[in-house]
Design a protein around this ligand. Structure first.
Ligand code: C5P
Length: 313
């Protein structure tokens, strides 16, 4: 096999609780992540050369090492130098559909797709835990994007416990095109303002063992209780992002109106998502948002829960 095509789904956070800070500078998290069917598409082609090359159809998406997808290929080459030497590098063509810097793990899911694709093309036969370990070297959200579906993500987000997937939930995503929020800024600001409310250092590890913060949301998911899932949506990072970005706060408010199960910011934002029971309700919500916020800068996407992470097409 010399080429393959992969789909790389975006994610939303149904639950994001910051439990404490960690000695490595990251934060100890309890998150419930959910893949959604808004996907980037990647074509991978063995090129017989040493190097890895990336081309993308979207202006503003870098084709150099600052793109995590290229760093994923380089990580595979460092880890399996003999295979890289024998089979050579790769051309990656990226069709970007997921909005960038949006809190939807767009860059992470592309990197996950490159790991999965190279594993296939290089016939490495890596297990899922082996792929998760490699993915964790690239970023906290990348392991989740490998397996996707619904999962508890703990530690700094890289420790994945898959949960049963739910079907039949529609999702509206909304984001101002021109707005991007830095994830390091969001966590740093949260630490400055709220570190007195949570555990630090070794205490954070201890507290994590004592309680499972995402428990009620996990029960709701296991019971397929959509209303309860909507009621329990939670994101600690809203506490710093919403006061700083009034347009996100307004969007969050408008997205919560009408026939929705619930609405919440995803990750460090600025995307806001809403869950509805039917695609028709999702469409009505879009119409409502367009009426209330008639701004050409606002992007709206209707999608649904997706039961998997990266998949080969
Ligand atoms: O792991 P990743 O590189 O995606 O994280 C981006 C940034 O988000 C980190 O540099 C850090 O500032 C913040 N972060 C954090 N705690 C986490 C995950 C991310 O502070 N658990």
């Amino acid at each position: 096999m010399e080429r393959c095509t992969l789909s790389a789904p975006a994610k939303i956070n149904l639950y994001l609780e910051i439990i404490g800070d960690r000695p490595d500078g990251y934060h100890e998290l309890a998150m419930i992540m959910q893949s959604v069917a808004l996907c980037d598409r990647l074509w991978l082609q063995v090129n017989g050369l040493e190097q890895f090359r990336l081309q993308c159809n979207t202006p503003g998406v870098p084709g150099d090492r600052s793109n995590l997808a290229l760093r994923a290929a380089e990580l595979m080459a460092q880890t399996y130098p003999e295979t890289h030497h024998n089979l050579g590098g790769l051309d990656i063509y990226l069709d970007k559909v997921i909005p960038i810097a949006a809190g939807l793990a767009g860059g992470s899911t592309d990197a996950a797709a490159v790991l999965v694709g190279l594993d296939l093309l290089w016939r490495q036969g890596l297990t899922q835990p082996e792929l998760w370990d490699l993915a964790a070297e690239l970023g906290s959200d990348v392991p989740f994007c490998i397996s996707g579906g619904t999962a508890l993500a703990s530690g700094r987000g890289e420790e994945i416990t898959p949960l049963p997937s739910m079907e039949g939930v529609s999702v509206v995503l909304a984001k101002h095109h021109s707005l991007a929020i830095s994830t390091p800024w969001a966590y740093k600001t949260f630490r400055e303002r709220f570190s007195h409310t949570y555990a630090t250092g070794d205490d954070a590890q201890a507290q994590r063992r004592q309680s499972l913060h995402a428990g009620p949301m996990m029960s709701a998911l296991l019971n397929h209780d959509k209303r309860e899932i909507g009621r329990l949506l939670y994101n600690d990072l809203e506490k710093v992002v919403l006061p700083e970005f009034p347009s996100v706060a307004r969007l969050r408010q408008v997205m919560s109106e009408g026939d929705v199960l619930g609405a919440m910011m995803s990750g460090s934002g600025p995307t806001v998502f809403a869950l509805t029971e039917t695609p028709e309700q999702a469409q009505s919500l879009c119409d409502h948002v367009k009426r209330e916020i008639p701004d050409e800068d606002l992007g709206l996407w209707v999608t649904e829960f997706c039961p998997t992470g990266v998949f080969v097409c």
